[in-house]
Design a protein around this ligand. Sequence first.
Ligand SMILES: O=P(O)(O)OC[C@H]1O[C@H](O[C@H]2O[C@H](CO)[C@@H](O)[C@H](O)[C@H]2O)[C@H](O)[C@@H](O)[C@@H]1O
Length: 246
Amino acid sequence: MATASRLDAPPSFASLRAGGAALFLDFDGTLVEIADAPDRIVVREGLSMQLRALSRQLEGRLAVVTGRAREDITSHLDLSGIAVAGSHGADIFDATGERLGEEAKGLPTATLDYLREAADRHGLMLETKPHGAALHYRQNPDAEPQALASAQEAAEEAGMAVKFGKCIVELVWPGIHKGRALATFMDAPPFQGAMPIFVGDDVTDEDGFSVASDMGGAGILIGAPRSSSARYRLDGVEELYAWLER
Ligand SMILES: O=P(O)(O)OC[C@H]1O[C@H](O[C@H]2O[C@H](CO)[C@@H](O)[C@H](O)[C@H]2O)[C@H](O)[C@@H](O)[C@@H]1O
């Protein structure tokens, strides 16, 4: 992992595009600012059209790779004609809407019941997804230890893995991560042979940064300096939009 001080500003987007880059964009904390709750985000006006224009500039080599369920992200953005991976890469679709790879399993009923009960008991918000679930503690930060312990216990029981994020802990099936989503896209046209650039803000984006780097590309961390597998950094969401214009 690079240390914070070694994260430089990325080369201009125009130069990366001219060099045949493929762009993988995270959503929360990258394309939209973090909000109090998942449904309170403010999506920039015209973002869907902007993403479609970006995709055209990149000859289709653009994908949104998010921890949100695909059904959730598409309630905020019109992603028709754009490749998307939902649920941290458990649910991958190309730009024509065709599924890539196997459909991941859903959550066992007993696990969901356990998480519901834990959310009620500790004042947490439960977000269910077709391929996992998340406990949010942004509204009740003191309950972080209970959220982590409940998720860990539920995951162990179900044979699932735990992911940590910004005031959130999530259950996913083992092997599901954003780097896997990136590699799946890179395996087929129009991504094949391109230089992958993964842009994200959170710990779950580190897998995307690492795999992008292994495949000859790089990661761009959005936000304050920290230890990261990304090679580059931009200060925040607004700086990302400014970079995309250059
Ligand atoms: O991979 P991402 O697209 O960054 O999604 C990560 C998680 O984002 C959402 O939760 C986060 O954003 C919320 C709205 O800003 C915020 O309230 C919460 O504290 C954050 O953790 C989303 O709800 C999750 O499903 C995603 O996994």
